[in-house]
Design a protein around this ligand. Structure first.
Ligand SMILES: *[C@@H]1O[C@H](CO)[C@@H](O)[C@H](O)[C@H]1NC(C)=O
Ligand SMILES: *[C@@H]1O[C@H](CO)[C@@H](O)[C@H](O)[C@H]1NC(C)=O
Ligand SMILES: *[C@@H]1O[C@H](CO)[C@@H](O)[C@H](O)[C@H]1NC(C)=O
Ligand SMILES: *[C@@H]1O[C@H](CO)[C@@H](O)[C@H](O)[C@H]1NC(C)=O
Ligand SMILES: *[C@@H]1O[C@H](CO)[C@@H](O)[C@H](O)[C@H]1NC(C)=O
Ligand SMILES: *[C@@H]1O[C@H](CO)[C@@H](O)[C@H](O)[C@H]1NC(C)=O
Ligand SMILES: *[C@@H]1O[C@H](CO)[C@@H](O)[C@H](O)[C@H]1NC(C)=O
Length: 307
């Protein structure tokens, strides 16, 4: 009995401490030393009710990462996460995203997560290697997205810079009530094409806000894919990329997919509005002449553009 009381007290103390626990991620500062184990350890120790701090230095990310089930956590990125260019490693090890045949370098997920880059915290995918290796091949199997935000809710990502993403920059899947703001994306290639370097893609997600994005890339600036609902894009600037893409949906024979209530509001500058793979038909848009029974796009508005 006495033991139980002590055990109960102890767990209370631990819970109390953990709310203010801070894990500072050490960096080895050597590209041949993988900082991934240190990153994963910090998420393990401080991923529930704690704070994870990346200092103003370069972290070498040489392995895939999966940090899911996080809760009430603050992540401060003051330096650069630099992904390695071991193409054969990444092709063999990148993690499934859960959509098409896509895969990723980092699966990240949680509830009430605040991820802050303060306007300078950077994800550097070392993408030139990928643009050279895969340039003309679309959706090269195993080529990783930079970051996949999966099963995430009630969260905020702010002040982050994504440069030279390996492939798609940010895939957002099975997530809701999450805001991504003050985000800079630049995936441009010197010679080869930087095809497939989408800025962000939403999939099976709802109530997602993109605010104050700046994207310069070689593919969709932001793309709303299968089952994207209640998406708001505002105060954003898109440079060389293709603009906003709606789709692809309705590409699988026995799957019904939809895109609804997506808005781009005043103050958003864009180079172009691209609606891929669709043609209009009485207010509805269809993909690849796929029957409406398999796909629909409803209430999509973009400045003066409506469908
Ligand atoms: C980086 O790490 C490798 C492998 O541990 C070592 O051989 C090399 O000397 C280190 N380089 C520096 C600059 O410390
Ligand atoms: C990060 O460190 C570099 C030099 O090590 C410095 O020039 C830069 O101002 C620092 N950045 C921030 C945001 O503190
Ligand atoms: C690339 O990764 C593989 C493991 O998948 C490893 O055997 C190989 O040494 C790595 N190559 C380089 C150049 O680091
Ligand atoms: C990747 O997998 C292939 C076989 O699927 C194998 O031949 C190759 O050595 C692997 N490369 C690495 C770096 O693990
Ligand atoms: C899916 O990716 C695997 C390797 O990750 C590849 O072998 C396969 O051909 C790809 N399938 C399609 C349809 O692209
Ligand atoms: C993106 O990067 C390229 C190459 O460094 C640069 O020329 C371009 O100005 C950048 N775009 C933006 C919008 O900062
Ligand atoms: C996509 O939405 C449709 C219509 O609401 C639904 O039937 C389908 O199950 C959804 N698919 C996924 C994978 O959530």
């Amino acid at each position: 009995m006495k033991f139980l009381v002590i055990a109960a007290l102890f767990s209370t103390v631990v819970a109390g401490l953990s709310t203010s626990k801070v894990c500072v991620v050490p960096a080895a500062g050597n590209s041949s030393i993988d900082d991934t184990p240190a990153v994963l350890k910090a998420f393990d120790q401080c991923g529930h009710g704690g704070k994870i701090l990346f200092e103003n230095t370069t972290y070498h990310i040489n392995s895939v990462m999966k940090t899911t089930g996080l809760k009430d956590v603050e992540i401060d990125l003051k330096g650069t996460l630099l992904w390695s260019t071991n193409v054969s490693y990444w092709l063999n090890h990148s993690l499934p995203v859960g959509y098409q045949n896509q895969s990723t370098a980092w699966v990240f997920g949680g509830k009430n997560v605040r991820f802050n880059g303060h306007g300078y915290g950077t994800f550097d995918g070392n993408g030139q290697t990928w643009y050279n290796a895969c340039g003309s091949v679309s959706n090269y199997p195993g080529r990783p997205h930079a970051l996949t935000v999966s099963e995430t809710s009630d969260s905020e990502f702010t002040g982050l810079r994504f440069v030279q993403s390996q492939m798609w920059t940010l895939s957002i899947i099975h997530s809701r009530n999450t805001i991504f703001e003050h985000i800079y994306v630049n995936s441009t290639s010197v010679h080869a094409s930087s095809r497939n370097t989408d800025g962000a893609d939403t999939i099976y997600s709802s109530h997602i806000t993109f605010r104050n994005w700046e994207v310069d890339n070689g593919d969709d600036s932001i793309s709303l894919k299968a089952n994207s609902t209640d998406i708001l894009i505002e105060d954003s600037l898109f440079h060389r990329g293709l603009g906003i893409a709606i789709g692809s949906i309705g590409q699988y024979k026995d799957t019904y997919e939809t895109i609804q209530r997506c808005y781009g509001v005043e103050g958003t500058g864009y180079r172009d509005l691209t609606v891929y793979h669709f043609f209009g038909d009485g207010g509805e848009l269809h993909v690849f002449e796929v029957p409406a029974s398999r796909s629909s796009v409803q209430e999509f508005e973009w400045d003066n553009y409506q469908c």
